[in-house]
Design a protein. Structure first.
Length: 531
């Protein structure tokens, strides 16, 4: 049967390397992966192995955002990991290269690699180039925030339409330090991706050469019999947390790194994540809280520049990488780019003394939650709860102008089980920013946030409302307190004496129903392989 596909005796005597793409033409993030897949195959052949190709799914968070379609996003992570694992098992391949793009494809590929423990290399398709509008660089973040600005009368509909048409000029994933770029940096820090590969923009001339290089590297891993778990360790996962914190990246990194750790059978807890984030300063001035894009980070030396700085301060440790050399050795010899002390700051000019997120517990989230600190100057907030069941009701309230300074918006019923699928709240958070309320309103949810979210936002509330967590019993007017310094999220009410005010909705059939029946808590990574 393999001969029927065009392979001959010489091909079949060599190791078989699966080159797995998440290509699709329904989004810019993964649009170009077919071309990169061909380049990876060239590298595999040149290094003395035989490539075999297959494809798996991808769901665009940016397109699905704010709709019922967003329920598919986190669920797709499990489907991608499962499908990669199944085909690799079924065809007994010797190694695997995963080509990834939009958010969930990156952790999904790493999860599959952790399960299989095959020689593995992960390549991210790279960030999109920024768009240009009214003389400045813009990203998809600007479009979501402009929706709120338009509703508030700060921008007219013609300007909003012009911005929307300009923000995404071609192939590549969202251009700030949102989830895709945060996780791509994490994969480099873990050693699963080589330095200089992931951060190259999707349309840059060097991207195809980096893809070919990844094909060559995986054959070396096959020859040395080095599986993915050599690189997915407690030390490398801690490095990934530190890099996400230092870049004020997406809070989704918490969810995904917990999931990767679970699949690799490595102990990693919310407390471990909080400790790493607390001791690591923010040194990268990147969107959504900062000024620069992922393309700017690439120009200034990318992951290697950040790694050298973090190694200097002792915030990350030296670990092995897929190149056969250590993280420190790779960072030391990587090209330095056009260095800018503004994009990546030296330690004595760090933007903030602690990383871009923290883990809180308290009467509203006894099993833990994640607070996003990117762009937020405030470390504490107290105000009356404005409670909404589901995202749509909350968004409508923001657009109607009924949310006031000092309010704490509470959105429940959006957890892994209750959603199902743990939708991201970018539509709501961006609308708040667009109306000028980003620093004056806090938001608490058992759902998630997009990497493009900034402000004082608390997500991943556990236990979630659908599982009877305290958030199911909170009411309008209850005083909610967020205190980052003490790592607390509390409400001034005896919730134990109340019946649930949230009653959820009927569990759907099909894939969402299966997911809701098997998914674990967000505090465990929302995985479906343990509960």
């Amino acid at each position: 049967m393999l001969r029927a596909t065009g392979l001959d005796d010489a091909d079949l005597e060599k190791p078989l390397v699966a080159v797995v793409s998440t290509w699709t033409d329904v989004m810019p993030c993964n649009l170009h992966l077919r071309e990169l897949q061909a380049a990876v195959c060239e590298g595999v052949r040149a290094a003395g192995a035989t490539p075999v190709q297959f494809n798996t799914i991808a769901v665009s968070d940016g397109i699905a955002m704010g709709t019922d379609g967003m329920e598919a996003s986190l669920v797709s992570r499990e489907v991608i990991a499962d499908s990669m694992e199944l085909v690799a098992l079924g065809h007994m391949v010797d190694g695997i290269v995963g080509l990834t793009g939009c958010d969930k494809t990156i952790p999904a590929a790493a999860m599959a690699m952790a399960r299989l423990d095959l020689p593995s290399v992960l390549l991210y398709g790279g960030p999109i180039q920024p768009g240009r509008w009214q003389g400045r660089d813009v990203t998809i973040q600007d479009v979501f925030e402009a929706v709120g600005a338009c509703a508030a009368g700060k921008l007219d509909e013609k300007e909003l339409c012009e911005l929307e048409r300009s923000a995404c000029p071609g192939a590549g994933a969202c251009g700030g330090q949102f989830t895709a770029n945060t996780m791509a940096l994490a994969m480099t820090m873990m050693g699963l991706s080589p330095f200089g590969a992931n951060e190259v923009p999707a349309t840059a001339e060097d991207k195809r050469a980096q893809a070919r290089r990844c094909g060559e590297l995986v054959v070396g891993l096959v020859q040395r019999q080095e599986g993915a778990r050599k690189f997915i360790t407690r030390a490398s996962l801690t490095n990934a947390v530190a890099a996400a914190a230092a870049s004020a990246g997406s809070t989704n990194a918490v969810l995904h790194l917990l999931a990767i750790a679970a699949e690799a059978e490595v102990e990693l807890s919310l407390e471990d994540i909080d400790a790493a984030a607390a001791r690591t300063p923010v040194i990268a001035d990147l969107k959504p809280g900062g000024r620069y894009t992922a393309v700017d980070l690439w120009r200034t030396g990318g992951a290697a520049t950040m790694t050298r700085t973090l190694l200097e301060g002792g915030f990350v440790s030296d670990v092995p990488t897929v190149t056969g050399r250590s993280l420190a050795a790779e960072a030391a010899e990587a090209p330095r780019g056009v260095l800018s002390p503004e994009v990546v700051r030296p330690l004595d000019r760090a933007l903030k003394p602690r990383g871009g997120f923290a883990i809180l517990r308290g009467s509203l989230s006894p099993d833990g939650c994640v607070v996003k600190l990117a762009g937020a100057g405030r470390q504490s907030f107290e105000g009356p709860a404005r409670v909404f069941d589901r995202e749509e009701a909350a968004f409508a309230a923001v657009q109607a102008g009924t949310i006031q300074k000092g309010d704490v918006m509470v959105i429940r019923g959006e957890g892994p089980v209750g959603g199902p699928g743990m939708r991201e709240m970018l539509g709501v958070t961006a609308a708040l920013v667009g109306r000028g309320l980003g620093d004056d309103v806090a938001l608490v949810t058992d759902g998630r946030f997009s990497g493009a979210t900034h402000g004082l936002m608390v997500g991943h509330i556990s236990p979630e409302a659908a599982l009877g967590g305290p958030i199911a019993r909170i009411k309008d007017g209850d005083r909610v307190r967020i205190d980052v310094e003490s790592r607390r999220l509390d409400v001034d009410a005896d919730l134990s004496a109340r019946r649930d005010a949230y009653h959820g909705r009927a569990r759907p059939r099909g894939v969402l129903g299966k997911y809701a029946a098997t998914v674990s808590s967000a505090s465990l990574g929302a995985v479906t392989t343990r509960r």
